[in-house]
Design a protein around this ligand. Structure first.
Ligand code: HEC
Length: 225
């Protein structure tokens, strides 16, 4: 090829490319390197004759534990095989919210208030929360003493005392500002147990001798634990 022809070809090709840039087109974009951009796959409700039940989406194995905390329906369905009936339909248990979308102020129907629940809550609180929030809930845990820049608020602060129980479940599940979410580490039952224990801590700091049942009061007077 002679030199003038080469120059003409170069100018023509660069101006062609320049002309294409930014132009709108109804055609699909040129996709010279395919990588793995186009693959065969099944959409969720699609048919697949390979399986006897003809469903492409396979049912969840029994005992599957959901990792998606905020999507109530998904969670309820995944845990349904092993969970009691009332729990599968107890949306407050999974979300901390009632049917109206507001945070519930009490334990969900499928979580009875028992001594065992509070003991569990106390133990889980000591593991997951006390390092920052302190066993008493005042917020001077060991992590704070060693220099956590934004210390947690005291649970005995009037704003937090007034919060509905579902709020504590929600903060554990989703985190709050600099506090990270614990949904992946703490199962729903334990989140409620911790929330209940948190309420116990709050009440304990405002309680008077009159709140103690008569039968127990004599023990306190005697100085027994
Ligand atoms: C690593 C430290 C740390 C741990 C562990 C921790 N928190 Fe927190 N928490 C914080 C900090 C910091 C804040 C304040 C966040 C902010 O508002 O910036 C906070 C805030 C809160 C609040 C108050 C939210 C508000 O409205 O002000 C609640 C309730 C709470 N945490 C509950 C818990 C519970 C329950 C646990 C245990 C499951 C827990 N936290 C574990 C650091 C921690």
């Amino acid at each position: 090829m002679k030199r003038p022809n080469l120059i003409v070809a170069l100018v023509a090709s660069t101006s062609l490319m320049a002309a294409c840039r930014g132009n709108k087109s109804a055609e699909p974009p040129v996709h010279p390197v395919l990588n793995m951009d186009f693959q065969q796959y099944y959409r969720p409700a699609e048919r697949n004759d390979w399986f006897p039940d003809r469903r492409a989406a396979r049912p969840l194995p029994a005992g599957t534990v959901a990792r998606v905390a905020s999507r109530t329906n998904f969670t309820a369905r995944a845990e349904a095989p092993s969970a009691p009936e009332s729990r599968a339909t107890d949306s407050a248990f999974y979300s901390g919210r009632g049917p109206d979308g507001r945070l519930v102020d009490g334990l969900p129907a499928s979580v009875p208030l028992t001594d065992a629940l509070l003991e569990r809550g106390e133990a889980r609180y000591a593991i997951y929360c006390a390092p920052c929030h302190e066993k008493s809930g005042y917020g001077q845990g060991i992590v704070v003493q060693r220099g956590l820049k934004v210390p947690p608020p005291s649970f005995h602060d009037p704003r937090l005392q007034a919060m509905p129980l579902g709020y504590f479940f929600d903060v554990i599940t989703n985190g709050k500002n600099t506090m990270k979410p614990y949904a992946s580490q703490i199962p729903h039952d334990d989140r409620w147990a911790i929330a209940a224990w948190l309420r116990v801590l709050q009440v304990s700091q405002r309680a008077t001798a009159a709140d103690v049942p008569e039968s127990e009061r004599t023990k306190i007077d005697r100085g027994a634990p």
